[in-house]
Every structure is written in structure tokens, then in C-alpha cells.
Ligand binder design. Structure first.
Ligand SMILES: *[C@@H]1O[C@H](CO)[C@@H](O)[C@H](O)[C@H]1NC(C)=O
Ligand SMILES: *[C@@H]1O[C@H](CO)[C@@H](O)[C@H](O)[C@H]1NC(C)=O
Ligand SMILES: *[C@@H]1O[C@H](CO)[C@@H](O)[C@H](O)[C@H]1NC(C)=O
Length: 276
């Protein structure tokens, strides 16, 4: 070991010698010819080499530590990526909900929303006080009816009644008595219908907007309020054919208990469906 250091010391000396030859030629030569000076120099170089060795060792261990840290970080990133992809995959149960897009056969076209089914809007009869209140989205492919034999000695008239739906307005592409389609949409978010708005709150994404709808204010059959798409469709072959059923009317404001302004009396109410 000492021999190697000695030899490399000489190599360094010769290298330095060549470098400095032109500058301080004479004095250096004097020094190198003096055995005492060479001893001193060698000792100095040995010390330096030792310190370089120590430095190299500590740098090497630092690099090793950094590599270890990087490996740990890489595995953390991999775990997070897996978690993200699992969350993305598992959107069936995690933070998803459904809503009905009234008046349309399709859902909004983005990567977060999918059509569950489309159907024919329906509900109770507009002029009957009973049965259900809410609008239903009835699928186009219903399963078999429950056999009559299962209702034991029950009168057929002891029942609610289910009808389809018609528009009671001429609005954009739809006319009075056209049949109302609907689409059940699933979105990876929570969903909110806001009456009186056409736009969504900050950070919410619009699913659709349109015109607030309900049954007629003075018919016996009430309904819930729903948001009818602003660009509604109708079911082919039903144009202006009057069968009644559950009806879609537009909704107008009445000031008083309703704050005006900001609301304006006797105006058509917009609505929006938002997701976040
Ligand atoms: C998520 O789904 C993709 C494609 O369906 C699949 O390749 C991946 O392994 C799934 N990831 C997890 C964590 O389930
Ligand atoms: C849906 O996702 C794809 C790929 O991730 C992207 O290229 C596209 O722009 C997205 N579409 C919408 C409507 O966000
Ligand atoms: C709102 O408009 C309706 C219909 O025009 C009217 O009957 C009612 O009196 C108005 N209400 C107010 C507070 O202006």
C-alpha cells in the first residue's frame, strides 16, 4: 500500500513538475534535487491522498444514502399510482351518483358520465289527485309484468296508475303533446339540481341546464320539480299526439314570499344540474 502511494506520489510530482517547468523552473529543480524536500513533499502528498480517500468514502456513502432514499420514494410513488388507479377503477362505489336528464336520450359527453339507460318519462295521471307525485324514467326494455295470480283477490282498481309523459309547451324542438324521453346518467361525483340557475357554482361541472318543469299549478295531480333539458328531444312517432298522462309544464315565478329582486315576477325559471 505504501509503495503504491509512493509511486503515485512520484507520478503527481512529475506531473506538477512538467506543469510548472516553464514558470519557476530553477527553484523547483533545486527542490526536487534535495532529498529532504522530497521527503517533505511525499509526506504532504500522502496526507492529501489520505484525506481524498476519506472524502471519497464519505461521498460514496452519501451517494448510497441518496440512492436508498430515491428507491424508497420510487416505491411510494408506485404505491400512490396504484391507489389512484384503484380509486379510478372503483368509481362504482366511490363517490358516484345518478340523476335523470329529463327530455334527452343521452348523457353529457365527458369522461366522468355514462348512460345507465334511456327511457320514456312517466308517472301518474295529471288529473288524478292520487298515485305518485314524482316523474319516473321508465326504461324502454321493461321486464315481464308480475303475474296477476300473485295478487290474491285484490281488485284491479285498488291501484295507482302509471302513464307516460307529454310536454305541455312549445319550446325549441318540442311541441305540445310530444312524448318526453329521459336518460339515467351515472357520474363519478355528487349531483345537484339548482333551480333558478343556468350555471354551476365554482368547481362544479355542468351536466345540463334547461327549464324548470312540473305539473300544472291547478291540476289535482302534483309532481316534483325537475330540470327539463334546454335542448329537449321527443320520442319519434309521437309528435303532437295527445294521450296525456304525466305532464311537463314550464314553471313561472310569483313574487311575494319569493324575493324580488333578485327574482322577477312571472318569469320562466331556468335550472341546472351540476356535479362535483
Ligand atoms: C384498473 O383497471 C385497469 C384496466 O381496466 C387495470 O389494468 C388495472 O390493473 C386496474 N388497477 C387496479 C389497481 O385495480
Ligand atoms: C377524455 O379522456 C381522454 C384521455 O384521457 C382525453 O384525451 C379527452 O380529452 C377526454 N375527454 C373529455 C371530454 O374530457
Ligand atoms: C306577478 O305576476 C302575476 C301574473 O301577471 C300577477 O298576477 C301577480 O299579481 C304578480 N305579483 C306581483 C307581486 O307582482
Amino acid at each position: 500500500m505504501y509503495l503504491i502511494k509512493l509511486i503515485s506520489g512520484f507520478v503527481v510530482i512529475f506531473y506538477l513538475k512538467n506543469l510548472t517547468e516553464s514558470a519557476e523552473c530553477d527553484s523547483k529543480r533545486l527542490l526536487f534535487n534535495d532529498p529532504q524536500s522530497i521527503q517533505t513533499l511525499l509526506a504532504q502528498y500522502e496526507t492529501k491522498l489520505n484525506s481524498y480517500e476519506t472524502k471519497l468514502q464519505s461521498q460514496g456513502s452519501m451517494i448510497q444514502k441518496l440512492q436508498d432514499k430515491m428507491t424508497a420514494k420510487e416505491s411510494t410513488i408506485k404505491q400512490l399510482q396504484d391507489k389512484i388507479s384503484a380509486i379510478e377503477n372503483d368509481s362504482v362505489s366511490a363517490g358516484s351518483s345518478t340523476y335523470v336528464r329529463w327530455g334527452r336520450k343521452t348523457c353529457v359527453n365527458d369522461n366522468y358520465t355514462e348512460l345507465v339507460y334511456d327511457g320514456n318519462a312517466g308517472g301518474s295521471y295529471y288529473n288524478y289527485p292520487g298515485s305518485g307525485v314524482d316523474y319516473l324514467c321508465l326504461p324502454h326494455n321493461p321486464d315481464s309484468p308480475i303475474p296477476e295470480s300473485k295478487l290474491l283477490s285484490t281488485s284491479k282498481l285498488s291501484s295507482g296508475l302509471l302513464y307516460g309523459s307529454e310536454y305541455q309547451m312549445n319550446f325549441n324542438n318540442i311541441r305540445y303533446d310530444d312524448v318526453v324521453p329521459c336518460a339515467v346518467c351515472r357520474v363519478q361525483a355528487s349531483v345537484l339540481m339548482i333551480p333558478g340557475k343556468s350555471t354551476c357554482p365554482t368547481d362544479w361541472k355542468i351536466q345540463y341546464n334547461g327549464i324548470l318543469s312540473s305539473s300544472y299549478y291547478n291540476y289535482p295531480g302534483a309532481s316534483n320539480f325537475v330540470c327539463l333539458d334546454g335542448n329537449p328531444e321527443y320520442i319519434a312517432g309521437t309528435r303532437s299526439h295527445n294521450d296525456d298522462g304525466k305532464l311537463f309544464f314550464h314553471v313561472r315565478t310569483r313574487c311575494g314570499s319569493l324575493e324580488c329582486p333578485p327574482y322577477v315576477n312571472d318569469t320562466i325559471v331556468p335550472c341546472v344540474v351540476c356535479a362535483k
